[in-house]
Design a protein around this ligand. Structure first.
Ligand code: FES
Ligand SMILES: [Fe+2]
Length: 409
């Protein structure tokens, strides 16, 4: 009798790859993924600097010369509107010795003058003047480093990658979702930044599953059917689809957790129901602002979009929500919420800001708490990730997507 030796595969040499290879299928991520600075660096390299991010709605810089500074992890991005109306994004890093050239959070400027030695950049990033430099100094080669920018249905996206993931299908997809809700002509009614004492993945994981909605979000669960087990949502959706869907919103499109190996950015659009009699995401389910875009009536549903690693959008017929996740350090992140209303809506006349923002403020404060509870819990040396519940399938897919992305150089 011959003995066939067992095929032994060597564990990967890289400690992060080894940890990813040891991941237990169907379970959450292990403790180091939330605490290890070397994994955070890997996240930044292979997710953050590879994928597109929604930074803002274009209406925050309406005029030529307007700018706003965005801080993301170690990076600072200056978003500007040039004289021709085009939007530019560049790193806030002087090409001389690296000082921040923009020192204000927002404003209007034709030039950015570095506070160190006064190199002067135009608001599209070109180096205009560099004091006392030799005659043959090549100014054209020393503009601020530009990021790729795309504006789609009013949303401004940036990519740090030298060769960004294909954005064309994303633009097309957003046209059939946010575009139908009139987001291209919308305006920002309110923004709120939440500092969260947790690794950014804990925040995203929390966003993508609604298993917690019942226990953690009593207010949200009164109006939104997403916290129901899947078979109940499908039934509710049938009723919702029967009432609606003549609007040409392309639902069920894309696959958020398709990995980027094929060079494409991932997007997923889906619809879910509000309970009968509920018009929108508000405290009492009643409208909070004028109908947007192609909507002439409330349709009983919500359109939700998951895009890349950090950008999430929610469309109600009368307002929109942009949800941005911003990694800061290995154990801190931020979440920015941006409320959109119809471009001609006036606060006080057409909407009441506290009614408009009530539901997602309450919900996000609850989320911040449970994310931070989790961050403190997973610090324990005894934390062992448990099984992902049937209602958390989207989180399971996120975890698998994440592991594939960080394993791919
Ligand atoms: S570091 Fe900016 S001019 Fe010197
Ligand atoms: Fe939540």
């Amino acid at each position: 009798m011959s003995i066939v030796p067992l095929q032994q595969t060597e564990p990967p040499a890289d400690p992060i790859d080894r940890l990813a290879a040891a991941h237990r299928a169907g379970h959450g991520l292990a403790r180091p993924f939330y605490m290890d600075p070397t994994i955070f660096e890997r996240d930044m390299e292979r997710i953050f600097r590879r994928h597109w991010h929604c930074l803002a709605h274009a209406s925050v810089i309406p005029n030529a010369g307007d700018f706003e500074l965005f801080k993301l992890g170690d990076e600072q991005v200056i978003l500007t509107r040039g004289a021709d109306g085009a939007i530019h994004a560049m790193l806030n890093v002087c090409r001389h010795r690296g000082a921040e050239v923009c020192t204000k959070p927002k404003g209007n400027a034709k030039f950015f003058v570095c506070p160190y030695h006064a190199w002067t950049y135009t608001n599209d990033g070109a180096l205009r003047a560099a004091r006392l430099m030799p005659k043959d100094f090549d100014r054209a080669a020393h503009g601020l480093r530009k990021l790729h920018v795309r504006v789609a249905s009013g949303l401004v996206f940036v990519s740090f990658a030298e060769t960004p993931l294909d954005f064309d299908p994303i633009e097309q997809s957003l046209r059939t979702s946010c575009g139908q809700y009139g987001w291209g002509e919308a305006k920002v009614a309110h923004r709120e930044l939440y500092a969260v004492q947790a690794n950014w993945k804990l925040a995203v994981e929390n966003y993508v599953e609604c298993y917690h909605c019942g226990p953690a979000h009593p207010e949200y669960s009164q109006t939104h059917a997403l916290e129901q087990p899947l078979h109940m949502i499908e039934k509710l959706n049938e009723a919702m689809e029967a009432r609606t869907c003549a609007l040409g919103i392309d639902v069920g499109s894309g696959d958020h957790w398709r990995n980027s190996a094929g060079g494409h950015e991932a997007i997923h659009t889906f619809r879910y129901a509000l309970y009968d009699g509920v018009s929108t995401g508000s405290e009492d389910g009643k409208p909070v602002a004028p109908l947007m875009g192609r909507f002439s009536a409330y349709d009983g549903g919500v359109t939700s979009i998951h895009l890349g690693g950090t950008s999430f959008l929610v469309c109600y017929p009368d307002h929109g929500m942009i949800y941005r996740f911003i990694p800061k350090t290995v154990d801190t992140c931020e979440m920015e919420l941006i409320w959109l209303v119809r471009g001609d809506a006036e606060e006080g006349r057409d909407y009441d800001l506290s009614r408009l923002t009530w539901l997602w403020k309450v919900t996000t404060e609850e989320d911040k708490k449970i994310i931070e509870h989790t961050a403190r819990g997973v610090r324990s040396h005894y934390f062992v990730p448990g099984p992902i519940a049937p209602m958390e399938q989207n989180e399971l897919r996120y975890i698998n997507w994440y592991l594939e992305e960080i394993a791919r150089a």
